[in-house]
Design a protein around this ligand. Structure first.
Ligand SMILES: [Zn+2]
Length: 474
C-alpha cells in the first residue's frame, strides 16, 4: 500500500472546477500527492479528520505589513506573532510590504532570514520603490530576488512619507517606475490618493469636522481623491503596457474609474479589503476604524460586494497593520491608521460573503487564494487543491457561530475592528506545506514557512497560468 506523510480525510474538498467533493487529500513531501475517493484505504504517518467540514486551499493574504514600524520587520518576534495570527485564521501564505529608502539588495537577506526563522506561513515580499537607486535595481529585484510587485505611494509628495522614512516623489517617478517594470514582467501597485487635493479637503474637514470621528476622517480623504489617482495611474500604465494592481479599493467612485479604464486596457487588477466590505463610517468603531483610504458609506460597501460578486474585484487582502491598540486610542487626527486583519480575513469573508450574502464558496476562495496566487506569480504551486500543488489547506467549519472579540486576538495589536461581529465560521485546522500547524483551533507546530520566489506578477504571471491550464485540461 502507498504510504503518505499526511491524509486529510472525511471532509468536503473544494476542487477547481468541481466544487465541493468528498475526497481525502493525501500529502507527501509538502505537496498534494493524490486526491483519494471516499473509501480508499491508504497508509499515512499522520491523519487529520475533517468530517463535517470543508477543506479549502489555504488563504493567501497578499497585503500585509509587519514590524513595530510597519516598514521592515527587525525582530523575529514581530514575524512570529503575526504569522501565528495568520495560520489561526487559515492563511498559509503572506506577501509583506517592505518599505524603505535603503537599497533592498541589502535589506532583503536579513529580512528573509527573520521570516525563515519565525514565519508560520510561507511568505513573499513586495518592495515599496521610492529612490532612483531602487528604480535602477529593479531588474535585479525581479530576476535575482524573485520580487515582481512594487508599491508606489502616489500620496507621498513633499514630506508626506517622512513618517515611514520615505522620500517625496512625483508623477514623473511613477512614470519611470511603470516603464521600468513592464519589460520585466513585473507589476506596480499604486497607493492611489491625490494628496494635493487631500491637503484642501483635510483642511476643510478639520475646520468644520463632522461629529463622528470616522466621518471626519472620511471627509478629509473623499472618494474622488482615490478615483482620480487610480485613473491617472492606469492612463500612465497603458502607455507603457504595465500591469497595475489597485490596492485597497474602497469606494464606488474608484470602482467606476477602474471599470472605465478596464474597458480600454488590459492588465488592471483590483483589490479590496474585508473592512471596506463589512464596516462603514457609521459602524461606530471609532478611531479603531481609522484606515487609509477611510471606511466609506453603506452605499460604497454595497457597490464593493456587487463588484466582488460580478468578478470585478480580483483579490481581497487584509492590509494587516500590527500596531498596538494604544496607537489608536487618540483623537482621529493623531491615531495611527490601519488595524490587524490576517486572522479574520478568511472567517469574515466566508461568513459575510458566503453565508450571509450567498456568494458561492468558489468565488470567495478565488479572491482570497486562487487569484492572488495567479496575479502574484505563485500559481499553480499555490491557490488550488490539486496533485502537485503545495499542501496548503484551511479546514473550515461553516456551521460554527461565534462572536469575534478583542479577547481572542492573536496579533500583538491586541484588538480587532470586528470585535462584536457575529460570524458563522471557524477555521479548525491549518496545514502549511504538508505540516499540520493548527489542529482543533490550537497551534501545534513551530514556524517553518519558506520563501516564495515570484518571477513575474500581473498579466505576465496570469498569462503563464492560462498556458498551464490549457496544457492540463483533460
Ligand atoms: Zn497597506
Amino acid at each position: 500500500m502507498e504510504r503518505f506523510d499526511l491524509i486529510v480525510e472525511g471532509g468536503q474538498v473544494l476542487l477547481p472546477g468541481d466544487g465541493l467533493t468528498e475526497a481525502a487529500v493525501a500529502v507527501r513531501e509538502g505537496r498534494i500527492a493524490a486526491l483519494l475517493p471516499p473509501g480508499t484505504t491508504a497508509d499515512a504517518t499522520e491523519r487529520l479528520d475533517a468530517t463535517g467540514r470543508v477543506v479549502l486551499p489555504g488563504a493567501i493574504d497578499a497585503h500585509i505589513h509587519l514590524g513595530a514600524s510597519i516598514t521592515v520587520p527587525s525582530e523575529a518576534e514581530e514575524v512570529g506573532t503575526e504569522t501565528r495570527s495568520a495560520v489561526v485564521g487559515g492563511v498559509t501564505t503572506v506577501l509583506g510590504y517592505l518599505m524603505s529608502a535603503e537599497p533592498y539588495e541589502e535589506l532583503f537577506e536579513p529580512a528573509i532570514k527573520l521570516f525563515e526563522q519565525a514565519s508560520y506561513t510561507d511568505f513573499g515580499v513586495h518592495f515599496v520603490i521610492g529612490t532612483p537607486h531602487q528604480l535602477e535595481m529593479l531588474p535585479r529585484y525581479v530576476n535575482e530576488l524573485g520580487v515582481s510587485s512594487f508599491k508606489f505611494f502616489m500620496n507621498f509628495r513633499g514630506t508626506e512619507g517622512a513618517y515611514l522614512g520615505l522620500p517625496g516623489n512625483d508623477d514623473g517617478f511613477l512614470w519611470d517606475l511603470l516603464r521600468a517594470a513592464a519589460p520585466l514582467g513585473a507589476m506596480v501597485n499604486p497607493h492611489p490618493e491625490n494628496i494635493e487635493v487631500v491637503w484642501r479637503t483635510r483642511e476643510a474637514a478639520q475646520a468644520n469636522p463632522p461629529a463622528d470621528p470616522l466621518q471626519a476622517w472620511g471627509a478629509s480623504r473623499p472618494p474622488v481623491v482615490e478615483a482620480e489617482a487610480i485613473s491617472r495611474a492606469a492612463m500612465f500604465a497603458a502607455e507603457s503596457g504595465t500591469s497595475l494592481f489597485s490596492v485597497h479599493t474602497s469606494s464606488r467612485l474608484a470602482l467606476e474609474a477602474i471599470a472605465d479604464r478596464r474597458n480600454r486596457q488590459s492588465g488592471i487588477y483590483v483589490e479590496t479589503c474585508p473592512h471596506y466590505l463589512v464596516l462603514d463610517e457609521e459602524s461606530g468603531v471609532g478611531t479603531y476604524g481609522k484606515v487609509n483610504p477611510p471606511l466609506r458609506t453603506a452605499e460604497d460597501r454595497e457597490a464593493l460586494w456587487t463588484a466582488l460578486e460580478r468578478g470585478e474585484i480580483d483579490v481581497v487582502g487584509s492590509d494587516h497593520v500590527p500596531r498596538h491598540r494604544s496607537a489608536k486610542e487618540k483623537d482621529i487626527w493623531s491615531a495611527s491608521a490601519g488595524f490587524p486583519g490576517m486572522e479574520t480575513l478568511l472567517p469574515v469573508m466566508l461568513s459575510e460573503g458566503h453565508l450571509r450574502r450567498g456568494i458561492p464558496l468558489e468565488r470567495i476562495v478565488e479572491v482570497v487564494s486562487t487569484n492572488p496566487a495567479k496575479i502574484f506569480g505563485m500559481y499553480p504551486r499555490k491557490g488550488r487543491i490539486a496533485p502537485g500543488a503545495d499542501a496548503d489547506l484551511a479546514i473550515v467549519d461553516l456551521d460554527a457561530p461565534r462572536t469575534l472579540s478583542n479577547d481572542t486576538v492573536v496579533s500583538a495589536a491586541a484588538y480587532t475592528p470586528y470585535s462584536g461581529l457575529e460570524v458563522g465560521v471557524s477555521v479548525t485546522d491549518t496545514v502549511v506545506g504538508g505540516r499540520v500547524v493548527v489542529r482543533g483551533g490550537e497551534v501545534v507546530a513551530g514556524p517553518a514557512g519558506g520563501y516564495v520566489h515570484r518571477a513575474a506578477s500581473g498579466a505576465t504571471a496570469v498569462e503563464a497560468t492560462r498556458t498551464h491550464s490549457a496544457g492540463r485540461s483533460a
